[in-house]
Design a protein around this ligand. Structure first.
Ligand SMILES: Nc1nc2c(ncn2[C@@H]2O[C@H](COP(=O)(O)OP(=O)(O)OP(=O)(O)O)[C@@H](O)[C@H]2O)c(=O)[nH]1
Length: 319
């Protein structure tokens, strides 16, 4: 992209003279404006590297144009060189610097001085642009790293088949949940669900049919649970649910409802329709003093075994 210089003067012949002086600068584009208003309109419409601004113009003089440029964030940083034929008295110079000028040139213009000053600002513009591009690339690379990190974190805690959290996340979460139980004296329940005779589904309909069941069951779990409960795939055909603020009595009701819901569910694979049942073992901290992660898992597992032994398709709370 070539840098663009805006030249502003209310006299056509002055603009022509400036253009001729800048003719040698082959690597810049030149835009022209015959009034302050026209200059502002162009400045808001495209990017400029430098403005060569006549001071004395009717309606809006160069100082006013500069002040309006400084007030607008999109034009605030564009350097301005005032070109003036008026008195070289200091007070005019100060007025220009206060309005945002970075330099002054006096008519009649010296071509060598004009060209070298323009070159300095063009070089500054290029350096700033290179810096901006480098910063943009850095930002993109940074975002890429953040995205990859998020993806890795997700992969580490999420089961790829069902989208539920993995056992690894359960181990982490139950520790902090038990901490909250101690601090706030609110109960926490753990339910472990196991699909009954799941092997038969794999054996009869194939492993992919089994996967359809696992995905469907996970979706039902997610839909059935409250926002602050969390479901996990423990491994294979075993799932766990952590029920916050839930007592043993309440957890039994929740699990009975869940068990009945899953019993009604139909799964379809390659036109074949089938159903499943689940056995659930559960425990809750209000009936398990000094509960630890290990004790809760052990207890819920024991109850799950009891549910299986008692004929499956049932909920067994600890007695
Ligand atoms: N399709 C599929 N099957 C799985 C997956 N993980 C584990 N399994 C299967 O789950 C079945 C578990 O079988 P078992 O442990 O004998 O238990 P079960 O048949 O459910 O019987 P009970 O638990 O005693 O009611 C095995 O056939 C495993 O291959 C999986 O990701 N996809």
């Amino acid at each position: 992209m070539r840098p663009t210089v805006l030249i502003v003067d209310d006299h056509e012949e002055n603009l022509l003279a400036l253009e001729m002086l800048l003719e040698q600068e082959r690597d810049i584009e030149i835009c022209r404006a015959l009034s302050g208003k026209e200059a502002l309109r162009q400045l808001l419409g495209q990017e400029f590297a430098l403005v060569l601004l006549d001071v004395q113009m009717p309606e809006m003089d160069g100082f006013e144009v500069a002040e309006l440029m400084r007030a607008n964030p999109s034009t605030r940083l564009i350097p301005i060189i005032f070109i003036t034929a008026i008195s070289k008295e200091e007070r005019y110079r100060f007025q220009g610097y206060e309005a945002g000028a970075v330099d002054y040139l006096y008519k009649p213009l010296d071509s060598f001085i004009l060209q070298s000053k323009v070159q300095v600002f063009i070089q500054l513009w290029r350096q700033r642009r290179d810096l901006e591009l480098a910063y943009q690339k850095l930002e993109e690379a940074n975002q890429c790293i953040i995205n990859q990190k998020n993806m890795l974190q997700k992969m580490a805690i999420q089961d790829h088949l069902t989208g539920l959290y993995q056992r690894r996340w359960f181990d982490h979460l139950i520790k902090s949940e038990l901490g909250a139980v101690m601090r706030t004296n609110t109960p926490l329940a753990l339910a472990i669900l196991d699909i009954d005779h799941f092997k038969q589904i794999n054996d009869s309909y194939g492993h992919l049919a089994g996967d359809v069941v696992l995905v469907g069951l996970a979706a039902t779990l997610k839909n059935a649970m409250r926002e602050y409960d969390t479901a996990f795939r423990f491994g294979g055909e075993e799932f766990a649910v952590l029920l916050r603020g839930t007592t043993k009595v309440q957890a039994i009701k929740v699990c009975q409802r869940l068990r009945m819901m899953l019993e009604q569910e139909h799964y379809v694979y390659q036109g074949q329709e089938f159903r499943i049942t689940v056995s659930i073992g559960l425990c809750a901290t209000d009936h398990l003093p000094d509960a630890t992660r290990e004790r809760m898992i052990e207890q819920a597992d024991k109850e799950l075994y009891r549910a299986k032994a008692a004929g499956r398709n049932q909920v067994c709370p600890e007695s």
